[in-house]
Ligand binder design. Sequence first.
Ligand SMILES: Nc1ccn([C@@H]2O[C@H](COP(=O)(O)OP(=O)(O)OP(=O)(O)O)[C@@H](O)[C@H]2O)c(=O)n1
Ligand SMILES: C[C@](O)(CO)[C@H](O)COP(=O)(O)O
Length: 395
Amino acid sequence: MQIAIVIVAAGRGERAGSAEGPKQYRRIGGRPVIAHTLEAFLTWPQSGPIVTVIHPDDAALFADATAGLAGAERVKTTFGGATRQQSVLAGLEALSGSGATHVMIHDGARPFVDPAMLDRIADRLAAGDDAVLPALAVTDTLKRGAEGLVAETVSRDGLFAAQTPQSFRLSRLLDAHRRAAAEGRDGFTDDCSIAEWAGMPVRLVEGSPDNVKLTVRRDITMADERLSGTALPDVRTGNGYDVHQLEPGDGVTLCGVFIPHDQKLKGHSDADVALHALTDALLATCGAGDIGDHFPPSDPQWKGAASRIFLARAAEIVRAHGGTIMNADVSLIAEAPKVGPHRLEMRETMAEILQIALERCSVKATTNETIGFVGRREGIAAIATATVVYQGRPS
Ligand SMILES: Nc1ccn([C@@H]2O[C@H](COP(=O)(O)OP(=O)(O)OP(=O)(O)O)[C@@H](O)[C@H]2O)c(=O)n1
Ligand SMILES: C[C@](O)(CO)[C@H](O)COP(=O)(O)O
């Protein structure tokens, strides 16, 4: 069994307000509706060939919507017709020669596809059903109205609301669609209606309450709120480590603060190990390399430079990637000088450079208990951790 997927997305979305463009290209949770829909099928393990039926005017919109979507190169497109029924037939014809035995027809405007529901449908196809409809039993009380008045209450017993993907043995559905077209029957709003008309038994399986069709403007707003409210925050953590040698001198600069001392740190810049480690930690949160990539020691312009320049630049890079710096934490490992008396000024300096609140900046220090290169006062080391929240979905 090979299951092809046809996504119909050639409608104009009049009921959702076409002035803002077709609904399948409107953004929910930061991405076009159709990208969510396609992703669900691209990641479903049983998907075979995928055809998306688009409107001839929408080729650029579709290309934009699927740019960067993993697996999008698997998706073939074809142009649809004036009705959903015509668009489905175009999608089915585009599967000719694909080797698919079965097909799932899904509305591009249904972005909340439940893979467990797809599994349920596939199980029924594998069991031999030629037409399978995901549907939900109607739960509201139903009324028939006429001229503004209730004419009667309609029993909801045995009534179901039809969803997609409606799924079929490909050859039988294609045959039914072709016959309907040949006979000028163009009023079917879903594919199971065509299957019923052609005499195929249609199996009901449990649909998914989340699998709503975005039909009116409010559906799109609610879908966006739902995704934005539940989207995982894109929180990233980076770390950095640096060491500089000590030599006789008059003081060291740590976290941008000069501390008088009988040694100084050796380095091309002002050798502020703490800010160097923090610069690396920030760059790590957006994959932007390390301090050496941006400020090579071989470049004479950085000779004696204040390391606050490096940190400020790293913060700019993070912001350009859409990041908000939530926390900057530095640990200094130094036998001397004592850091405690300068800690507040160091934190204030970091906060000023990063343009974040003081409480988001932390400096801690420890000696190395007189052992190792730090213990012998040959150098100072620093470890830093940066936490940054990026906008949009984690990729
Ligand atoms: N000629 C058409 C009409 C509809 N569809 C697709 O069929 C699905 C369900 O249709 P519907 O919600 O009715 O979409 P629209 O026709 O776009 O909406 P409207 O009726 O409000 O214009 C949608 O994904 C839509 O893009 C299609 O491919 N070709
Ligand atoms: C196919 C469908 O989504 C099943 O509910 C529905 O029939 C589409 O019909 P619409 O009237 O065009 O919304």
